[in-house]
Design a protein around this ligand. Structure first.
Ligand code: ATP
Ligand code: MG
Length: 454
């Protein structure tokens, strides 16, 4: 019954899914500004074409060019095999991830060159849920187009003739600001469930509407993401969070029913009322930094996303009798262990997160040499930014953040004066929030635990 239904939908979509002749648009019709095209990408297409191959800029770069946005990187598609590509460039490396591709390097810039893929996904090895595990068959350009994810990502630009080849109505969808998957949505999500996360990222990033048929199966098929290797989901999550539209992306994930029960991180982030303000601020901060071209550290980002979970466990361990510092480390262990299982947090990121969290109680020690020692901490800046976020979200008294801002800027005498100033009492974060409120900020004797820092 379901098969029959899918076949009938397939039949209906046949025209667009098997279109072998593209619509060709000239510069006047597509309006791409050649200034936005990377000279190195042009060099790659030109070299390939001079060697007798077809070569086009493809994918996200063409989409962005059509939207008059400077692409962040350039991909090239060609009918040359990876070996043939490699021979044409001095610094070219074949790398074999899910698909074999060639990295052509020009200084810092990397152009990814892929050989047109064939359409034979039927024979490709799959897991028991239908996810395609490997598929390296080469094919014709129109077959390559049909295997791409969305209509707006399946256009080819030839810098030599300045023409755009559009196989699946991508131009119309760009103009209508519509995100539409190529082919039968259910089948495409089954082949590669990560496409569900990509829909969300592109919709949020481009402010596009998701076509109804593209969006409809997502809520039901969302659990398929569980079968995707954790490292790949992590990569996609990172892209999502670092897209400059992280807040919009998370809201969209929730709207599409993608957050619930499948990515433990998102369950935590989107369903903790206490941490919502903190997470919102952290993501707004990240988005602003990305838009200003400033670097963002994944460690800081994930430390922020998971902070309120750490905080909750930190308080629980203290309530159970642990001293504050060991309690914080236990809480960090719990949270990191729970996440690494599914999210494949890389070791470096996890250690950055732990550093940022572990520094927090140290900011409360405003006596003797302790603040000077903290100034030497390699990750002071991240820890301090994190402290300011906690202040801004209302979790701790803003006075503590201000004190550290002053201390970091002051000269020697200024620092001594600040140390001599008695801190106001309400800024302790080490004790559980409830107790802090009731006791008017008085610390438990062990809550300050000045020498317990690891
Ligand atoms: P970004 O701006 O994030 O780089 P992008 O569209 O270039 O967006 P990439 O991940 O760089 O995204 O992929 C390049 C192209 O490869 C896409 O535009 C699309 O045509 C194709 N592609 C990438 N991932 C998939 C996928 N999971 N399924 C089908 N096609 C894909
Ligand atoms: Mg790209």
């Amino acid at each position: 019954m379901i098969k029959k239904l899918i076949r009938s939908i397939l039949g209906k979509n046949k025209k667009s899914a098997s279109s072998t002749e593209p619509t060709v648009l000239g510069p006047k019709q597509h309006g791409i500004d050649p200034q936005l095209v990377s000279p190195n990408a042009i060099r790659v297409t030109q070299t390939l074409q001079e060697a007798g191959f077809k070569a086009f800029i493809v994918g996200g770069a063409v989409r962005d060019l059509l939207l008059a946005v400077k692409p962040k990187d350039f991909d090239v598609a060609t009918n040359a095999t990876p070996e043939q590509v490699k021979q044409l460039f001095r610094r070219a490396f074949i790398i074999g991830r899910r698909f074999q591709i060639v990295h052509v390097m020009f200084g810092q810039e990397l152009i990814e060159v892929t050989t047109f893929r064939g359409a034979s996904a039927d024979s490709a090895p799959k897991d028991e849920h239908g996810r395609v595990l490997r598929d390296n068959t080469f094919g014709e350009q129109h077959e390559d187009a049909v295997r791409r994810d969305f209509t707006i990502n399946a256009m080819y630009y030839d810098p030599a003739t300045q023409s755009v080849l559009d196989y699946h109505g991508g131009i119309a969808d760009i103009r209508a600001k519509t995100l539409r998957i190529i082919g039968v949505p259910e089948a495409r999500y089954r082949e590669d469930p990560v496409r569900m996360l990509r829909v969300v990222r592109f919709a949020a990033k481009l402010s596009f509407t998701i076509d109804a048929a593209t969006s409809a199966p997502i809520a039901v098929m969302a659990p398929l993401i569980n079968n995707v290797p954790a490292a790949r989901v992590f990569d996609e999550m990172l892209k999502l969070l670092m897209s400059g539209h992280a807040l919009a992306c998370l809201q969209q994930l929730r709207k599409e029913g993608l957050h619930h029960g499948l990515l433990p991180l998102l369950d935590v982030v989107l369903e903790q009322p206490l941490g919502e303000k903190f997470v919102t601020l952290a993501l707004a901060n990240t988005d602003a930094r990305i838009k200003q071209g400033k670097p963002v550290s994944p460690g800081f980002l994930f430390a922020s996303l998971l902070w309120h979970q750490v905080l909750e466990k930190w308080h629980a361990y203290q309530a159970a009798g642990e001293y504050p510092i060991p309690a914080l480390h236990l809480a960090a262990d719990d949270v990191l262990n729970a996440q690494t299982e599914k999210l494949a947090l890389q070791r470096k990121i996890a250690s950055d997160m732990r550093d940022i969290w572990a520094m927090q109680p140290r900011f409360e020690r405003r006596v003797g040499k302790a603040p000077y020692k903290l100034l030497e901490h390699l990750r002071l800046r991240a820890g301090y930014d994190f402290l300011l976020l906690r202040c801004a979200s209302g979790e701790i008294d803003a006075e503590l953040g201000q004190w550290w801002t002053d201390f970091m800027q002051a000269d020697g005498a200024g620092r001594e004066a600040l140390l001599a100033r008695k801190p106001t009492e309400s800024s302790s974060a080490a004790a559980p929030a409830k107790k802090r409120k009731r006791r008017g900020g008085r610390r438990k004797p062990d809550a300050a635990a000045p020498d317990a820092e690891s």
